[in-house]
Write a protein that binds this ligand. Structure first.
Ligand code: HAM
Length: 422
């Protein structure tokens, strides 16, 4: 029978790379917590309407990339393609924003988009997400940008480019949309099929087309459509981002692929990611989303960063956790030894030492070789005699030094050997 393979567009995260993955997640948790972002969990699927109304019916994500299904009760559901609408729904349904504003939350988990799989683009991928809900201020937009920036700084990633733009408010966007329609309508017959449709339903998306890139260069820029208050808001965001010592570029064509953005939008690009998949992450303000989901108007801002793309950049730059904490392998020899080994290991763990038990019936020399292969610094051997005397024989696998200790003294005896820098 052929072995079952992994579904298309998915990844397994296995040791040793899984250590880098965990290090990335831990780094984000620590940096975002440091800014006051608290963890949330929401369902991996929502009513399809959440994305049709929230993410936007005219977006590529909703039009082409959703994993949608009807459940046994006839309900239309979709595996979340992104976390933002679900998190906003959860926070507003629980009225968290009435108790404190803004509500700062963070999330890490898998998302699902049926995009054509290629390097950096998967059917299931992980996002690191923060959302600040309930306040409209440039300071909060700048904070969100700063959290992302500090996160990559902490990982040690270099070569990131921050792109900033403002889409203005609803009225500005309406003006800009009209300007785009006026520019693109005479070109209609030369546009690709997708762009002809975008011209009708979502003109902002015309700027993202790779096939019609030659027209994008001459398209009107959003700046000309921004009202004075929108310009002042964006100028303030830029000042605050500069004050935080974060370099950025203004990109007047950065419209993002999702419908709900207004005012500040941003993306973090990395030179090593290719072409259309060069964004490590992105986000911005989405003051209109709450109403679209049927809640009272509530301003909000946030971002999502791609974990697979972040891990790929870390790998390329040789970044990762500094070696695993040194550990000990406890080897049982014989029936009594194998029975005592887990107890001895338990004592070591109580003293804060990582201990792996090898209770297999392999020969001692094989067990010692396996312990060394798995990176153990020390082997602790427990045979019949040791078990009877409540002792253990330890061996430094690097120097070959060997001795016997009472189990009660073992942790104190071997700790200096483990703490030694290899
Ligand atoms: P997004 O730009 O659609 O934004 O996705 C953010 C990041 O998720 C991308 O930059 C990329 O790193 C990663 N990503 C997206 N699609 C894929 C894929 N198919 N395979 C691998 N990685 C992918 C959002 O999702 C918004 N919810 C961000 C946000 C939060 N805006 C406000 N709050």
């Amino acid at each position: 029978m052929p072995a079952i393979s992994r579904p298309r567009g998915t990844n397994d995260v296995l040791p040793p790379e899984s250590a880098t993955w965990e290090w990335v997640l831990d780094g984000h948790r620590e940096v975002a917590s440091g800014f006051g972002y608290e963890p949330v969990e929401t369902p991996a699927f929502e009513a399809t309407e959440v994305y049709e109304r929230g993410t936007g019916a005219g977006t590529d994500v909703v039009e082409k990339e959703m994993f949608s299904f009807t459940d046994r009760g006839g309900r239309e559901l979709t595996l979340r393609p992104e976390a933002t609408p679900g998190i906003l729904r959860a926070v507003l349904a629980a009225h968290l924003e009435q108790r404190r504003r803004p509500v700062r939350v963070r999330y890490a988990g898998p998302m699902f988009r049926y995009a054509r799989p290629q390097a950096g683009r998967y059917h299931q991928f992980w996002q690191l997400d923060i959302e600040a809900i309930g306040e409209r201020s440039p300071a909060l937009d700048a904070e969100v940008v700063e959290v992302a920036w500090r996160f990559y700084e902490r990982l040690g990633v270099t070569g990131i480019q921050l792109q900033l733009n403002s889409l203005g408010d609803l009225e500005d966007r309406r003006r800009y949309r009209a300007a785009l329609v006026a520019y693109y309508t005479p070109l209609r017959d030369q546009l690709c099929d997708d762009c002809r449709r975008r011209l009708e339903i979502n003109p902002l998306r015309l700027l993202d087309c790779k096939r019609d890139a030659r027209f994008v260069a001459g398209a009107p820029e959003i700046g000309a459509s921004l009202s004075p208050p929108s310009m002042a808001f964006f100028a303030c965001v830029q000042e605050l981002v500069s004050d935080a010592g974060i370099p950025f570029r203004l990109d007047p064509r950065l419209v993002r692929g999702l419908d709900y953005y207004c005012d500040t939008t941003f993306e973090l690009w990395h030179e090593s990611l290719q072409g259309a998949q060069n964004a490590l992450g992105g986000g911005g303000r989405y003051d209109g989303l709450a109403e679209v989901l049927g809640f009272p108007p509530t301003p909000a801002t946030g971002y999502a960063l791609g974990v697979e793309r972040t891990v790929a950049v870390c790998r390329e730059q040789g970044l990762g956790p500094s070696g695993a904490a040194p550990h000990v392998t406890v080897l049982g020899i014989g029936v009594a030894g194998n029975r005592a080994a887990p107890v001895v290991a338990g004592r070591l763990r109580e003293a804060g030492i990582s201990a792996v038990v090898d209770a297999s019936d392999r020969r001692l020399d094989r067990k010692l070789a396996a312990a060394a292969r798995q990176g153990a610094r020390l082997a602790v051997m427990v045979g019949e005699e040791e078990a009877a005397q409540a002792t253990a024989t330890w061996k430094d696998l690097e120097t070959g030094r060997q001795d016997r200790s009472a189990v009660t003294d073992l942790a104190a005896t071997i700790r200096p050997l483990l703490d030694r820098v290899p």
